[in-house]
Design a protein. Structure first.
Length: 82
């Protein structure tokens, strides 16, 4: 059995933050679309996007660096066609 603990207010804010980013950021939208392309549903893709935002916020706060879009959403590398 697995215990699930979730901070409901934080989860609600994260859902709104990720949803708003879909229209405001083409990079966030591309990340969301890639999540859905591999089979994630809407809520899972939003959660994945929110987790990306949180990890970048944590990185910025712990290192003192400013937010960099290219670090938050790197361009995926596609293997060359043979």
């Amino acid at each position: 059995m697995q215990r699930k603990v979730e901070n409901q207010p934080l989860a609600a804010v994260g859902h709104i933050w990720a949803f708003a980013a879909l229209t405001a950021s083409p990079h966030a939208r591309a990340h969301y679309d890639r999540s859905q392309a591999v089979g994630d549903g809407h809520v899972a893709a939003l959660r994945n996007l929110y987790n990306r935002f949180l990890s970048q916020l944590h990185h910025c706060l712990t290192t003192g660096e400013t937010y960099r879009l290219e670090r938050a959403f790197p361009v995926p590398q596609h293997p060359a066609a043979a």
